[in-house]
Design a protein around this ligand. Structure first.
Ligand code: LLP
Length: 438
């Protein structure tokens, strides 16, 4: 992936940086992000949309990996930004990300979050339900502001990797259902509220999707809805947001399409639909997260102990685990890895990579082919850029790793490693429990 190579010392090199040196400089576990690859993915989206000739916004779904330096890259690469909480919003604002390009998502925004976002003058709220719609209108009215809104609709298309299904009614906590009239009602209400400017609708059909069919089905359903709404309610959508979900290649078995192929399927679908209906072609927005940062991330660990159970399996344990990457524990996600300090050596055994948490499910990879790993070797797990740091925890009070961006032979720390002081930083011992000074 990206700028990774093996150098003449037989070490993995990313962004021109020898990972053994990165380990010496920054310690392990370490998240390494190939900055050039992140930028390249951003550009692929922007360029594919430019080629379509349509008006567009590509919003990086910051949930995948939200730190201030990443927000800087998103801005520099002409992206918009999707945030889901005050924490993500604050991160973006602190990084100086232009508020007008921020979209606020989520199915349960608090009044405080709405206020914060209105005060910051963000570009758009993606409203999930009627309670939120009316609360947002009331808060905006109090402030004498009008806020731009997309309504999240559930189009009855669900996609996971290769399967995409058309469901009449979706059992989802998100959005207004298209099938049962609740989306229609929401449009009626939103377009009549005094402090809401309805821009259009949003749909998100799933994640890690390898086929275009789910997207083209969503395009059709949303477009048909747009035409119906225009005819019956005289409301014209200026924006259609088709969410994220574009797949990446975690392992050899994964077969994602190119960014340009996903984008073309969407923009072609929109063009044909709106061309025929003589409806002004709406702006198309998308929200890729995983496909921007996933493949650019590598987690570097130091191998510690091992345990061989004859006839069963061999475990090797690394100095991180489910605390920095909970995706195996949560989804049985598959990853590839290599011994980064012995990258040219042939595999001689099959091991299971475990972490250091007190939990049997704390595994990263089952049945990985490796040269015989020794204590002190470096294990590099690839494609950890999305939903790893973002979902990291302090279980067992394990400190979160540092994050470095690598590019052209230089490494920059973008998140410092947590310290033991950070670990107890928010703890409070009530006065009555304090140890008496002797
Ligand atoms: N837009 C909306 C409304 C979303 O809910 C999501 C992801 C995205 C965009 C970005 O989707 P992406 O392009 O990253 O697939 N923690 C899980 C993934 C959860 C995705 C949630 N929503 C994982 O580690 O696989």
């Amino acid at each position: 992936h990206g700028t990774s190579t093996i150098n003449d010392k037989g070490h993995l090199e990313i962004g021109g940086c020898d990972v053994q040196q990165l380990a010496e400089t920054h310690g392990t576990p370490l998240y390494i992000v190939d900055e050039q690859l992140v930028r390249q993915r951003c550009r692929e989206y922007v360029e594919a949309f430019r080629a379509s000739g349509l008006q567009f916004q590509v919003a990086y779904a910051s949930k995948a990996f939200c730190v201030m330096a990443m927000c800087r890259i998103a801005e520099e690469e002409d992206m918009s930004l999707d945030v889901v909480s005050d924490g993500e919003l604050f991160t973006a604002l602190q990084a100086g990300f232009p508020a007008a390009r921020i979209h606020f998502h989520g199915n349960n925004k608090t009044p405080e979050e709405m206020e914060m976002a209105i005060d910051a003058k963000i570009g758009c709220f993606v409203v999930d339900n009627l309670i939120e719609l009316h609360m947002l209108n009331a808060i905006a009215a109090d402030k004498g502001e009008t806020v731009k809104v997309l309504l999240r609709i559930t189009p009855g298309v669900e996609a996971h990797t290769h399967e995409y299904i058309s469901t009449g009614q979706t059992d989802s906590k998100f959005g207004f259902d298209l099938g049962n009239g609740s989306a229609y009602t929401a449009i009626q209400q939103a377009s009549s509220l005094s402090h809401i400017e309805l821009l259009g609708v949003h749909s998100h059909i799933g994640s890690q999707i390898f086929e275009v069919e789910g997207f083209t089905m969503a395009v059709e359903k949303v477009s048909a809805f747009a035409v119906q709404i225009r005819q019956e309610l005289n409301v014209t959508f200026k924006v259609i947001n088709l969410g994220g979900g574009f797949g990446i290649r975690y392992t050899e078995g994964d077969t994602p399409l190119l960014v340009a192929q996903y984008v073309k399927a969407i923009t072609d679908g929109i063009k044909s639909y709106f061309g025929e209906a003589s409806y002004p072609i709406p702006e198309i927005w998308v929200e890729p997260g995983r496909s921007i940062v996933g493949e650019a991330g590598t987690t570097l660990y130091t191998v510690g102990t091992s345990k061989h159970i004859p006839g069963v399996r061999k475990y090797i344990a690394v100095d991180g685990g489910m605390t920095d990457n909970p995706r195996f524990a949560l989804y049985e996600s598959k990853y590839e890895a290599m011994l980064a300090n012995r990258a040219n050596e042939k595999a001689t055994e099959t091991v299971t990579v475990a972490g250091k948490c007190c939990e049997s499910g704390d595994k990263l990879i089952i049945d990985l082919e490796l040269p015989e790993a020794k204590t002190g070797d470096l294990l590099a797990v690839s494609c950890t850029g999305a939903y790893n740091y973002a979902m990291a925890s302090n279980y067992n009070r394990i400190r979160k790793p540092a994050v470095v961006f690598v590019k052209d032979g230089a490494s920059d720390v973008v998140v410092k490693r947590e310290s033991l002081d950070n670990i107890v930083g928010l703890d409070v011992i009530p006065e009555r429990m304090k140890k008496q000074a002797v």
